[in-house]
Design a protein around this ligand. Structure first.
Ligand SMILES: Cc1ncc(COP(=O)(O)O)c(C=O)c1O
Length: 381
């Protein structure tokens, strides 16, 4: 089936150039980067090259990149690693719209005797930095604010937090998993101490990712073993995945402007056509700066999950929200935090475009959404 894939915030297709970069490392040839012999040193060079490529995407130094098994591990390492390096009990302040990979380590910190505070967002899904700073508990040790939200695509004012937090001795982490490859990222301009990335959100392999750790930031490991990744993340490196992730970051950097313009053009046409042709549609987060590829739409009176299933039958792949929670029936915590009622939140569907979408995908997706919504509203499923 020639389906139209509009779920790039869940995962992206592997870029062929990334696959080519990975294939030699899947040959039956030993490749442990810690080995002193030629096989090992060859693998070490591939890991080093990938580190340079990842660092360049975010304006970091190569020695500030720690490879992980993905965005979830990078978030866990940032939050639990920062907590473990503290003498005093941790107080984590984060937002109500974070991914589970941040919220759940936060709950774990609370179980360990620390505290967790969730900062609210406005109806457009945006954090007000002044509100967060003025209500910041005095014993805060770590603030984690995502750079862009996965469900609605809203971009958060992370850079505005850095200097005031550093003055108070508070570390700043950002989950940039959804932002990377869609908007420019520069760790110096953001001023963050820790930043999470994931390979499979930018046409790299699943199970690859990295945590940026600013020089001189105190961070304890959360896994214990060998000396790999400066002992912050021990375990033999997944050379194929790391090499592919590095290539994906290089491509993302080279193509950023073109990819962003392409995705924005497709999304704009899609949103305009849907609003014109279907009554009772709201774009969630429309009033805030958003990622160029994401649109989250509430369809008044409809069940978003049923709409996703009907769209699937018509060859359109969309989602009700975060892939990890779309299997449960809970409405999106992001939309609830934006003040939507549970019924409004349940009526929402996320469409996320990617560099591989073509112009002709837009009319096809629009026709399918119009058809599916009409049928559902007429009570014919
Ligand atoms: C904002 C955000 N953070 C973290 C993750 C987790 O990344 P990974 O799938 O690489 O573990 C995701 C994945 O959906 C995400 O959207």
């Amino acid at each position: 089936m020639n389906a139209v894939y509009l779920d790039h915030n869940a995962t992206t297709p592997l870029d062929p150039a990334v696959r080519d970069e990975m294939l030699p490392w899947l040959d039956p040839r030993p490749a442990n980067p810690s080995s002193l012999h030629a096989f090992g040193q060859h693998a070490r060079r591939a890991v080093d090259q990938a580190r340079v490529r990842v660092a360049r995407l975010i304006g970091a130094r190569p020695d500030e990149i720690i490879f992980t098994s993905g965005g979830t591990e990078a978030d866990n390492l940032a939050i639990l690693g920062a907590a473990a390096s503290n003498q005093s009990p941790t107080r984590l302040v984060t937002t109500a719209i974070e991914h589970q990979a941040v919220l759940n380590p936060g709950l774990h910190i609370r179980r360990l005797g620390g505290s967790l505070t969730l900062a609210p967002v406005d109806a457009e899904g945006r954090l007000d930095p002044d509100t967060l700073l003025s209500s910041l508990p005095g014993d805060t040790t770590l603030v984690s604010v995502m750079l862009a939200n996965n469900d609605v695509g809203t971009i958060q004012p992370v850079a505005a937090l850095a200097e005031p937090l550093h003055r108070r001795g508070v570390l700043l982490h950002t989950d940039a998993v959804q932002a990377a490859g869609k908007i420019p990222i520069d760790v110096e301009q953001l001023g963050v101490d820790l930043l999470s990335l994931s390979g499979h959100k930018l046409h790299g392999p699943q199970g690859s990712g990295a945590l940026y750790v600013r020089r001189n930031t105190r961070l304890s490991p959360i896994l214990f073993g060998g000396h790999q990744e400066r002992t912050i993340r021990p375990g033999t490196e997944n050379v194929a995945a790391i090499a592919g992730f590095g290539k994906a970051c290089e491509l993302a950097r080279e193509r950023l402007d073109a990819d962003a313009a392409h995705m924005l053009a497709l999304r704009t046409r899609f949103e305009q056509a849907i609003l014109e042709r279907i009554p009772g549609v709201t774009i969630n987060g429309r009033g805030a700066p958003r990622l160029p590829n994401t649109t989250n739409l509430s369809f008044e009176g409809l069940d978003g999950e049923l709409l996703v299933l009907n769209l699937d039958l018509l060859g359109i792949a969309a989602s009700t929200g975060a892939a990890c929670s779309s299997a449960d029936r809970e409405p999106s915590h992001v939309l609830l935090a934006m003040g939507r009622t549970p019924a409004q939140a349940r009526s929402s569907v996320r469409f996320s475009f990617g560099r591989d979408n073509r112009d002709e995908d837009v009319p096809r997706a629009v026709e399918s959404v119009v058809r599916a919504v009409q049928r559902m509203r007429e009570g014919r499923r």
